[in-house]
Ligand binder design. Sequence first.
Ligand SMILES: NC(=O)c1ccc[n+]([C@@H]2O[C@H](COP(=O)([O-])OP(=O)(O)OC[C@H]3O[C@@H](n4cnc5c(N)ncnc54)[C@H](O)[C@@H]3O)[C@@H](O)[C@H]2O)c1
Length: 329
Amino acid sequence: MKIGWIGCGRHASAMLLPQLAARDVTIEALCDVDAPNLERTARRYGVRAIYADARDLIGHAGLDAIGMAVGPVQHAAFGAAALERGLPIFMEKPPGATCADAQRLMRAAERAGKPLLIGFMKRYAVGNRIARNVIASGDFGRVLAITGRYMTAPGYFAGDVDHTGFFLHHCVHYLDLPAFFASPIRGLSARMVENGPGRLLFHMGLDFACGAIATIEMGTVQSRGGPVERLEITGDHQRLEIDDVIEVTWRRDPPLKAEALDAVLDPAHDALTWKPNFTAAAAEDPKGYGALLSDVLEALAGRPSSAPTIEDGVCAMHWLEELRRTLDR
Ligand SMILES: NC(=O)c1ccc[n+]([C@@H]2O[C@H](COP(=O)([O-])OP(=O)(O)OC[C@H]3O[C@@H](n4cnc5c(N)ncnc54)[C@H](O)[C@@H]3O)[C@@H](O)[C@H]2O)c1
C-alpha cells in the first residue's frame, strides 16, 4: 500500500511514522509546510516525493491512501480534498475543529464510498484493550458504571487563556473511550472549578444507552511528568481497574480469607492483574499506536477492521461541544 502522509510534526515523528514504517506499507510521499522538518523526515524514511502544499500531495499519482496528523482545521480541509479524489484516509483526532466539520467529513466519506479512520488510539492501549475484551467475553456481566481521571498540565498562553486546544486535543479522547467500554453516550452533565487562569478542573457525568453511568475528571492542573490517567469500570461483584492505560486488574468475588487457614489464591475468584514487561527486547507499543495503525491499514485496504471511524468521530465531537456548552452555562 502506497501512503501519502501530511504533517511531520511532533506526534507523527515520535509515534505514528515509526509505527507505520514498521508495517508492510510504503510511505510514498510526504507533506509539511516546515521545509527543514519535511526534508529531515523524508531522509529518515527514504521518501523522494515531498510537498509543501497538501493538495499537491493528495494529487500525487499512484497513492492508495492518505494519512495525516496536522491539526483540527487542516484535518477538515485535507480530509475533504482527499475524499474528493476517492482516497481512503487515516486522520489523527480531532476530525475537524467543530462537530459540523466532522459531519461534513462523514458525508464526504459516504459519497466517496471510502473509509475515514480516526486516531482514537486509547481504545488500543493494552490495558484498555484487555479490559474491553474482558467485557466483550461476557464474563464481566453488565457494565454499570465508569469512573475515570484523565489530566494534563495548563495548555494556554499567559494573559490569553484559551482552552480550545485542551478540549479538542485532550478531552476528545474521553468523549470516545467511555462509550467504547459501555455503549453510546445519551446524556452529559458537568461542573467545574478553576484555580486561576487556565487552571481548570471539571467533573463530567455521562449517561449511556445501556443504562450505565460515568463520572470522568479532566483538567489542566496536574504535571505531565507522572501518570495522569486511571479508569475503573464497575459491574456487579466485578471491577476492572486500568492504571496509566497499561496496567490492568480484574477484581471479582473472592471469599473473606483472613480466618480461613486453608486460604489460597483462587484463579476463578481472586483478582487477576497484568502489566507489561518493559525490559523485554520487543518492539511493543503498549500505548496503542501500533495496534491502531495495524487495524487502520486493514480498513484502508478494504478489509474488515474495528478501527474507529468518522462516525465515532462525529459522536465524540457532538458530546465535546455539549460539554463545552454545559461548562459555559
Ligand atoms: N492520538 C494522540 O495520542 C495524539 C497525540 C499528539 C497529537 N495528536 C494529534 O496530532 C495532530 C498533530 O499534533 P502535533 O502535536 O504533532 O502538532 P505539531 O504542530 O507538532 O505538528 C503539526 C505539523 O503539521 C504541519 N502543518 C501545519 N499546517 C500545515 C499545512 N497547511 N500543510 C502541511 N503541513 C502543515 C506543521 O508544520 C507541523 O509539522 C493534532 O491533531 C493532535 O491532536 C494526537
